[in-house]
Design a protein around this ligand. Structure first.
Ligand code: CDP
Ligand code: CDP
Length: 225
């Protein structure tokens, strides 16, 4: 019997990672860490400060002077950067279309991984992102790689946007998701790839509850071993 385990969830945009990671963390009483929010936060700051996003050194320097805190709250995780709540701002289309360029810099990733490991130290954790099973929680007891067809993921994003009153169309969402998938999968520094010991879940035809229950079942198996 283990007291707690680490759960790593990776996969492309719209696969359902953050929705399910949050639910699993809640059910197990674990800390949830949305690593994508950290890359979004530094992208938002770099854009505001007119930094050239292809300049990894400049962004690395900016990151060194930036505090990013992920704070659990009843309405979901709040993202606080240098004392300001930027939870909404980091979800803008502008940040979404630029974040993969920023996340491709190896020095930026190294600093993020250092911070993520500190956040995950000595407690049960569910962490989601692109490189969690391969580079961050390499010894996680449970690694999940979830995906769904681009069409299904774009449809989910469309519904998300509708609920938030944001206008969008399915064709542009499909294109944005496919572009980001490609950049994230083809970059040199810790690309999006399934860890060898990860379990693959195709969520295309699964409900949120089905995915949640499957991960809880796997987590309980690991906890009991
Ligand atoms: O929620 P969504 O799937 O749209 O994206 P996200 O998880 O917020 O991540 C935004 C972007 O950050 C991704 O497209 C990646 O470029 C980058 N990212 C990364 O490189 N590594 C991570 N561990 C998490 C995110
Ligand atoms: O974090 P990631 O980008 O992988 O995806 P998400 O933001 O958790 O999920 C995108 C949307 O798909 C959310 O509105 C979820 O409620 C929805 N979803 C779904 O409809 N069915 C699933 N099996 C998983 C997620």
């Amino acid at each position: 019997m283990k007291n707690y385990i680490q759960i790593a969830i990776d996969g492309p945009a719209g696969a359902g990672k953050s929705t399910i990671a949050k639910m699993v963390a809640e059910k197990l009483g674990y800390t949830y860490i949305d690593t994508g929010a950290m890359y979004r936060a530094i992208t938002y700051k770099a854009m505001n400060e007119n930094i050239n996003l292809s300049d990894g050194n400049a962004i690395g320097y900016l990151l060194e002077q930036t505090d990013i805190a992920l704070i659990p709250s009843p309405s979901g995780q709040r993202v606080v950067m240098d004392g300001n709540d930027i939870s909404q701002e980091i979800r803008s289309n502008d940040v979404t279309s630029n974040v993969s360029e920023v996340a491709a810099h190896a020095n930026v990733r190294a600093e993020m991984v250092k911070r993520q490991l500190k956040m995950a130290a000595s407690s049960g954790v569910v962490m989601d992102g692109r490189d969690i099973g391969t580079h961050v929680l390499v010894n996680a007891e449970l690694k999940i790689f979830m995906s769904a067809t681009v069409q299904e993921r774009a449809k989910r994003r469309l519904l998300d946007n509708e609920a938030r009153g944001i206008q969008s169309d399915i064709a542009s969402l499909e294109e944005e998701i496919a572009t980001r998938d490609k950049m994230d999968s083809e970059r040199e520094a810790s690309p999006l790839v399934q860890a060898q010991d990860a379990i693959f879940l195709d969520t295309t035809s699964m409900t949120i509850v089905e995915v949640r229950d499957e991960i809880i079942r796997l987590a309980e198996e690991r906890l009991a071993s």
